[in-house]
Ligand binder design. Structure first.
Ligand SMILES: [Zn+2]
Ligand SMILES: [Zn+2]
Length: 314
């Protein structure tokens, strides 16, 4: 599959959805998978863009037109076992704007009316474009049950890996390191003040290991990074086919293997608060704000691995 810029019809108002004028739309690894034709659900012709902030084009969800919002792109079915248990973020039929229906890499988009979050007055919308990946990391750190003083290692130096490292340090980790095979990305992480260690020399000293890669070769070695009794948190999305994991190490060292998937309402609210506080300095992750008309170049830049976060601006 390839990626192209083309005109699409403006969306019409629809029941259960809000019309949003897009301010910024973040690009991530999921978009690369979609553009490469490797995503399990996305179909050719889809408008990408699931990390979005903007202003309401019309009143919705009790908010006035013109209100700046973060929009949760996820849609749950409401009837599956997960939804019945209140775990709508792991709905068995979870769908997303920008994957299953037209996304935010355009000027105007329909977003689920039930997933609108008013942004604080004066919030910088470009910073708020990082709420979505930050919410993923909030969920992951909460799932890790990180305690003050613990030592954390992050495998993978993309935007999620870097945000995880910054957030874990902010949450009280005594030591945070990151491993990443790309020298370019190690330098980018280093520029954010994140200590990097060589990916070929794992030492089993870390209380919590976050896997922000989704790379099968990493899965096999994850257990070697965690100390006895440590926790390994799988944050990156793996291909659908099973991959080898060293379960003997999991068993011998009594490791906990923890999954984490997107975010709950609570995680989003926390992410908005953190962005508004400005304390992680997340705007430093944005390598470039790219005009939408140069969107194809943005995808190529992201694929080349020379940038951290790229935002599209219609
Ligand atoms: Zn994303
Ligand atoms: Zn469901």
């Amino acid at each position: 599959m390839s990626v192209a810029l083309r005109d699409v019809p403006a969306p019409e108002p629809a029941e259960g959805f809000a019309l949003l004028d897009v301010a910024f739309s973040g690009l991530c690894g999921t978009d690369l998978h979609i553009c490469a034709g490797e995503h399990s659900r996305a179909q050719p012709g889809i408008v990408i863009g699931h990390e979005l902030v903007g202003t309401l084009a019309a009143p919705a969800g009790g908010l006035a037109a013109g209100q700046a919002v973060f929009a949760n792109p996820m849609m749950h079915c409401g009837t599956c076992d997960a939804c019945t248990r209140g775990l709508v973020h792991v709905c068995e039929r979870l769908r997303s704007v920008g994957i299953d229906r037209p996304g935010a890499a355009c000027a105007r988009v329909l977003v689920p009316a039930g997933g609108l979050y008013a942004l604080p007055d004066g919030a910088a919308l470009a910073d708020a474009a990082l709420v979505e990946p930050l919410a993923v990391c909030v969920r992951a750190v909460r799932r890790s049950a990180l305690e003050v003083g613990e030592r954390v290692h992050v495998v993978g130096g993309g935007p999620i890996g870097c945000i995880l490292a910054l957030l874990a340090a902010d949450a009280g980790a005594s030591e945070v390191s990151l491993s990443e095979p790309s020298a370019t990305r190690r330098a980018l992480a280093g520029g954010l003040g994140i200590a990097t260690v060589h990916p070929e020399r794992p030492e089993p000293v870390w209380d919590v290991v976050f896997d922000a890669t989704g790379v099968p070769a990493v899965a096999a070695s994850l257990g070697r990074w965690a100390r006895v009794g440590g926790r390994v948190v799988v944050v990156g999305a793996y291909p659908p086919a099973p991959v080898p994991v060293d379960l003997l190490r999991v068993m011998f060292a009594e490791l906990s293997l923890v999954g984490t998937r997107i975010y709950t309402r609570d995680d989003i609210a926390a992410a908005i608060g953190i962005v508004a506080s400005g304390r992680l300095g997340l705007s430093r992750l944005v390598s470039e704000v790219v005009p939408l008309v140069e969107g194809v170049r943005a995808i190529e830049t992201l694929r080349a691995g020379t940038a951290l976060k790229l935002l599209l601006r219609p």
